[in-house]
Design a protein around this ligand. Sequence first.
Ligand code: FES
Length: 119
Amino acid sequence: MTRRHEVAFEPDGRSVSVRPGSTLLEASRRAGVSIRTRCGGVAGCLMCKVNVSAEQAASLSPPTQAEIRKLGSLLSEGVRLSCQARAQGDVTVTVPEDPLKAAIRKKLAEQQQEDDWWS
Ligand code: FES
């Protein structure tokens, strides 16, 4: 029987068991976690970034040449491309908030503060 790896996605808290070598993007789809992409998983769009802590990084494949070229110094900050990084052990990664959702959430918070001020 092939050993499988558990890939967990924060902040959703969802996880999935995958075959060794599965990309984080493949795992996210199986887990029902939304990671937006535009290039189809060929390191072209940079939309599939995830954050990985230093402790968790050892459970992933080393950065590909495409990641090194595209991410540059972001790699040292724990950013990986989910279409390139492959599970080599149990791992937990964080999916950044969608920029549009973040902007809407910020606007709603500002509006709430304004409403609170007037009441
Ligand atoms: S899916 Fe486009 S860079 Fe990863």
